[in-house]
Design a protein around this ligand. Sequence first.
Ligand code: UDX
Length: 419
Amino acid sequence: MAELGFEVIGVDVDPQKVAILQRGEVPFYEPGLDEVLASNIAAGRLRFTTSIEEAAAFADIHFTCVGTPQLAGAQRADMTQVFGSIEALAPHLRPGALVVGKSTVPVGTANVIAERLAKIAAPGVEVAWNPEFLREGFAVEDTLRPDRLVVGVRSQRAEDLLREVYAPLLAIGTPFLVTDFPTAELVKVAANSFLATKISFINAMAEVCEAAGADVAQLAEAIGYDPRIGHRFLSAGVGFGGGCLPKDIRAFMARAGEIGAEEALTFLREVDQINLRRRSHTVDLALATLGGSFAGKGVTVLGAAFKPNSDDVRDSPALDIAVSIDNAGARVKVHDPKALANAARVYPNMTYEQDVMSALKGADLIIHVTEWTEYRELDPQEVAKVVNSRHIIDGRNTLDPAAWRKAGFTYRALGRPNA
Ligand code: UDX
């Protein structure tokens, strides 16, 4: 918003986070975000506070961008932050303020918030729902050049305000879709469910390829030339993770059950299962590669983040696989260019290496699970000199099998038994 020219206050309940942001630093890894943050602070358009009163007194439009993680021990979303932020903001809002929800929520949430604000907020306070579609690693680009903007509104005034907010993006031709509340809420979970389904579809094909002796990478390339299918999100491997796709499909199923549409989404259970099976299959493949026992074997796991260009380890397939193999008795060393601090916070007892060659030293098996460019650029001949035994499993199908084999490695990949 500051980059679009608005004056912005960012509010967070965590004083430490606010202090870091106010210094112009980003408390997580997101390419390009630090430059945008620093330049807008320097230009005087952006500042941060823990005071919700200050923000309420200052702004005409309030974007609530809090998380909706999976509720511990359940499949549905934990809505504490959404309702907590609304309750905190409501009493301080100026008459006519617009509250715009960005969070991924169970359908029906915007309506609940609107009813609540009608009771406890100043007259004329309105709600709109404007889901966020950004990808980690491309957050700046996806925000400043989004594929589309979706706004769920109940009045012309709310629509007009959001058209004004997004005027620079509308000027560059961004599609702007105006919907009701439930449609806007559903667009987000439907989009993420479709993406998860596409990944699990190709991973199901990987399972079939493994049984049939076929090659899923070639299969994906071949079907992707059909423009109705397309090549994107058709990479087979250890599957999807992160703070969105896994918990969103689970919360969507849970919500569908609550509103009487459970049957419509039972296929997402399969999507989730196929995805999780890829992780256990990778562990099985590692075990088979090491001759049936992990005991005392050195296993180097390349990657901890759920995807490259991120330091996010939430529901990371990479870390999940590393932990399973570590628990099974191997001496696991994990490397990641950015995510080790976060990984160590979640699993403090595993061994982490900052330097990739040190991580590879003495390995009996290498497992490549997050496709950072750095791993594609490794020289297999150099790696061959430091490992104990030459075995590699490519969990992302992005390494060059010929180069690794030439250096004496056995190369195994998911869905490509003969690659
Ligand atoms: C996702 C959505 O893409 C985004 O629109 C939404 O706003 C938030 O959720 P993100 O979680 O950042 O974004 O990651 P994404 O790029 O979608 O990747 C999700 C997972 O799928 C990663 O673990 C990735 O490695 C995996 N993936 C992706 C595959 O396994 N195969 C693919 O072909 C593509």
